[in-house]
Design a protein around this ligand. Structure first.
Ligand code: NAD
Length: 511
């Protein structure tokens, strides 16, 4: 955690919004083949990105044309050539490059966190403590892998020598959403670089600024040869031009299930590139009557559900509570929700920032309207927070519905905001059935003082990550990724490396 004194000093520093806005006024450009350039027509329609806390325009985000995307992929292809400086770089040197990038992030964590809070709306403390440490450290983690993935000699018949070589897969298209704008990009950039790939990254048009600043830092450091890292801006059209480009070898996408599905259709008709999909979720948090420490469980569950304004993919958004603790648990949640202070992400008194986009706020309000109509019981929130200057921003009170029916859209759809659905259960079997009754399978939590039961339930849950007695533990070494409509493949650990390499089998005849 950033200690209180440091945090206070950061908050005190001259007007952070003015500083960041000044930086943004330079104008957003594309980063292609080692240089900055404006987007070219057709497709230079620009999105005016508004500060979600104030409604003021932060900057214009241009839209890359198909020609710009082609230029970025062509540069990445050139840099991926087996004779290129990047491909010929010694592995130890590559490791040093990755570690240096991590250090750059660490050295500039303060300003990168400011940009994240400005573009996304999350609290500055959340950016500093939630996003930044891992954004830097992931480069160290993957630096350590550059020389640890190697092939095998295969015991084939007939006297030939057969061995395998893991190679970089080539040009990677990396597409990310707006909720962790820089962190999720580096989850892809670091392992892709570690394995010697080149890449074109496309951030969300709502939150490109922290990634652009990161790219500028890397650019100024001269650590990467031209063409290894490229960044294009835009939304669906740019993303489509990138993911269907014939010269893309690998796609890694984090975003909604609907867009993931659309990308798959495009890929099937064009490059057939292997694809990693990190998609939506509606993760259950199952709490049994015999939970060891009820208050601690309420604290952590509330924190995970509502921190970062509920705009997180794998955190619990359906609480399944056993009847015996249900009422006390919901009371505890309501007390905590009522204590939340919505406000400016740069105000130390705020405990919840604004939703990231108007569309996201509208989506939350839509699901709140459904909950009000379908017999669910509204226990907290349910409306915008317009107190004082909040009126100009996209603030929503933390919202809790209980008595939600398993068939309600509130219990089934991903809302992606501070809107919680609470359901009650009686038996272990019922809890497992309810937890798995979803299209998604990203994560799940089980709280019980009976470890045998917790293990039994964990084994039966259809989710990529299952957390027993402490929801939300993450480590670079542990695979992250969902089942069912939550995605394909894994990020983190060696699993991610496998997705950024291809295995070649070489046969040498006996004579
Ligand atoms: P989104 O799917 O709308 O957009 C994600 C990215 O895809 C953006 O860069 C967007 O510009 C781009 N895009 C949009 N249409 C495209 C198209 N047709 N072709 C190619 N690219 C296209 O998602 P979002 O609203 O930015 O983010 C919220 C979603 O992300 C939620 O569903 C959330 O669950 C998911 N998410 C998942 C994870 C995970 O690890 N599983 C992590 C974070 C967010």
């Amino acid at each position: 955690m950033t200690d209180a004194e440091t945090l206070a000093a950061i908050y005190r520093r001259a007007d952070r919004r003015a500083w960041a806005t000044g930086w943004l006024e330079q104008g957003a450009e594309l980063y292609i083949d080692g240089g900055w350039r404006p987007a070219t027509a057709p497709g230079t329609g620009a999105l005016a990105r508004h500060d979600p806390a104030t409604g003021v325009v932060l900057g214009l985000v241009p839209e890359a044309s198909p020609g710009d995307v082609d230029a970025a992929v062509t540069a990445a292809r050139r840099a991926a050539n087996p004779e290129s400086a990047w491909r010929r770089m010694a592995r130890r040197e590559r490791a040093r490059v990755l570690r240096s990038i991590g250090q750059l992030v660490r050295d500039h964590a303060d300003e990168l966190a400011t940009l994240i809070s400005l573009e996304n709306g999350k609290l500055l403390g959340e950016s500093l403590d939630g996003d930044m440490p891992d954004t830097a450290d992931i480069f160290d983690y993957y630096a350590g892998w550059t020389d640890k993935l190697y092939g095998e000699t295969v015991p084939v018949e007939g006297g030939a020598l057969n061995y395998t070589v893991p190679e970089p897969i080539g040009v990677c298209a990396l597409l990310v959403p707006w909720n962790f704008p820089l962190l999720l990009a580096t989850w892809k950039i670091a392992p892709a670089l570690a394995m010697g790939n080149t890449m074109v990254v496309k951030p969300s048009p709502y939150t490109p600024f922290s990634l652009l600043r990161f790219t500028d830092l890397v650019h100024q450091s001269g650590l990467l040869p031209a063409g290894v890292l490229n960044v294009v801006l835009g939304d669906a059209d740019t993303g489509q031009a990138l993911t269907t480009h014939p010269d893309v070898d690998k796609i890694s996408f984090t975003g909604s299930t609907g867009v993931g599905r659309a990308i798959l259709h495009g890929v099937a008709d064009t490059n057939l590139a292997p694809i990693t999909l990190e998609l939506g979720g509606k993760s259950p948090n199952i709490v049994f009557d015999d939970v060891a420490d009820l208050e601690a469980c309420i604290d952590r569950s509330f924190q995970l559900m509502f921190s970062q304004k509920g705009e997180k993919c794998s955190e619990p958004t359906r609480f399944l509570l056993q009847r015996g603790i249900h009422d006390a648990f919901v009371e505890g949640l309501v007390d905590r929700a009522e204590a939340v202070v919505c406000g400016d992400p740069f105000d130390p008194a705020s405990t919840q920032g604004p939703q990231c986009t108007q569309a996201q706020l509208d989506r939350c309000l839509h699901y709140i309207a459904i909950g009000r109509d379908d017999g669910s019981r509204l226990r907290a929130g349910g409306e915008r927070d317009t107190a004082g200057t909040n009126d100009a921003g996209l603030y929503l009170r933390p919202t809790i519905f209980d008595r939600v029916e398993p068939t309600s859209a509130l219990a089934r759809d991903e809302v992606f905001g501070p809107v919680l659905a609470v359901l009650a259960f009686d038996t272990e079997r019922q809890a497992v059935t309810m937890a798995n009754d979803t299209d998604y399978g990203l994560a799940a939590g089980v709280y019980s003082g009976d470890l045998s039961r917790a293990r039994r339930v964990a084994d039966r849950l259809d989710a990529g990550q299952v957390f027993v007695n402490r929801y939300g533990q993450y480590d670079f070494a542990s695979p992250f990724g969902g089942f069912k409509r939550s995605g394909w493949g894994k990020e983190m650990g060696m699993h991610s490396l496998a997705s950024y390499t291809r295995t070649k089998s070489i046969w040498i005849a006996e004579d």
